[in-house]
Design a binder for this molecule. Structure first.
Ligand code: ZN
Length: 437
């Protein structure tokens, strides 16, 4: 029955370089909420984990939303009168307003200005802008680039298509002993932005890779979806089975140098909220817990009142609070291998808690059992002698069928893996039995 993942043996966990390498591979692709960039990204993920691609036709009604037309882009530029590209999509895909309609025209600088987006306070950065639900065209450029443009005529081209097609999302299902599920969701719809989308993609991919082929208590469902519309679409198509989701995490912005932030589910005291808080508290990493709010990432959809799923959101720096957010400065220098690796380790710690958190019953509840005669009053390791025996006493005392191992870990302030190990030893000694919950 015991299915602890034993994350103390993490030898087969991807390294920071593996994680970063995958982010680097995906970085140049021009993703959006639909189209070939998103598809290509999902296909690269598919090379690492068993990912099923779903295609949902444009025009499909999904709750109060409609699946939009599919957007694809091949080229975009602004050429000056000598034919030189002064703005070039192939230098950065952020240069084009994401979901921009096509245009081919000759225009003066003044005619072009209403179509430009810049960030004057960071004159070397290109902003990331989208226009998913309003058809328009535009260019994003550095403020310095704009300042350098001379009056005169320019040739403008955005070679894009916006037509009926599909919305694509990827789903990776890893079956466990139970049909009850852990949902891991990450958005995959941003173009060349590293922390905001690639960090979540690479950590989720490698978490799935780590869990695949293991004996699992829960089944795991990984979603790689376009933000908002992807989550809405998935929920609309899977309304019936959402009752199976016991725990969930949205992973986003977890590659930068900032400390961790865990945003609780709407429920606030869901097991995943407590597991994340406990794992963070014992991780040695800087961290902060945030209460639920109805803005942010796809937890907004999973935690909408009709679903109210126990899904929290794990981040490092909180979106919108750092200047690099949604700009070209959220690049491969903004994330680092060590941060990605620590984020993946944290995810496995949370998963390990969820997998191993059960209730047990003390088989010898009248006074303390004599641990010494069972050779349990001595630590197997060296330094943690106090902690190990302490954990056994806590587990014996609170294992009345009411308290889970996470309850005991919280109350004893001991790390979950120590409590879990104590339960294992006590079970083997016949002093503890699973209550079946
Ligand atoms: Zn974003």
């Amino acid at each position: 029955m015991k299915t602890s993942l034993d994350t103390s043996r993490q030898g087969d966990l991807a390294t920071g370089d593996d994680l970063y390498g995958f982010a680097k591979e995906l970085y140049p692709i021009c993703r959006s909420i639909t189209g070939d960039g998103l598809r290509e990204t999902l296909r690269r993920i598919q090379k690492k984990i068993p990912l099923e691609l779903h295609e949902v036709p444009s025009g499909t009604d999904v709750f109060d939303w409609t699946v939009p037309k599919e957007w694809n882009i091949r080229d975009a530029y602004i050429k000056n009168s000598s034919g030189a590209r002064v703005v070039d999509f192939h230098q950065s895909n952020l240069h084009v307003l994401n979901y921009s309609t096509s245009v081919r025209a000759n225009m003066t600088l003044d005619e072009l200005r209403p179509h430009f987006f810049t960030i004057p306070e960071h004159p070397d950065w290109i902003p990331y802008r989208t226009s998913y639900y309003k058809e328009q065209w535009g260019f994003c450029l550095t403020h310095n680039q704009l300042a350098a443009l001379e009056e005169g005529e320019y040739e403008v081209c955005i070679d894009s298509t916006l037509e009926d097609g599909h919305l694509t999302y990827g789903e990776c299902y890893l079956p466990g002993e139970s049909e009850e599920e852990v949902l891991i969701s990450t958005h995959a719809c941003h173009p060349s932005l590293a922390n905001d989308n690639l960090s979540g993609i690479t950590v989720a991919t490698h978490l799935a890779q780590y869990l695949a082929g293991r004996k699992l208590r829960y089944s795991y469902r990984f979603l790689f979806i376009p933000g908002t519309i992807g989550a809405v679409t998935w929920l609309a198509r899977n309304h019936e089975m959402t009752g199976r989701i016991r725990h969930g995490l949205v992973l986003t912005g977890i590659g930068d140098r900032g400390g961790f932030h865990y945003k609780k589910s709407r429920r606030g005291t869901a097991e995943v909220d407590r597991a994340a808080a406990h794992a963070l508290g014992h991780s040695g990493e800087e961290s902060e817990l945030l209460e639920y709010s109805p803005y942010g990432y796809d937890e907004r959809q999973y935690c909408s009142p009709g679903f109210n799923l126990p899904v929290g959101c794990l981040m490092r720096s909180v979106w919108g609070t750092f200047p690099e957010y949604h700009t070209s400065a959220d690049n491969l220098d903004f994330i680092q291998p060590e941060s990605l690796a620590a984020s993946l380790r944290l995810c496995t710690s949370i998963v390990d808690i969820l997998e191993s958190n059960r209730r047990y019953l003390n088989q010898n509840p009248f006074c303390e059992p004599q641990l010494g005669k069972r050779n349990l009053y001595r630590s197997t390791g060296g330094e943690s002698i106090g902690k190990e025996i302490n954990a056994r006493l806590w587990v014996l005392n609170l294992s009345d069928g009411e308290h889970s191992l996470l309850d005991i870990a919280e109350r004893s302030a001991l790390p979950f893996p120590v409590i879990s190990a104590a339960a294992k030893v006590l079970c083997e000694a016949g002093l503890l039995a699973l209550t079946g919950v």
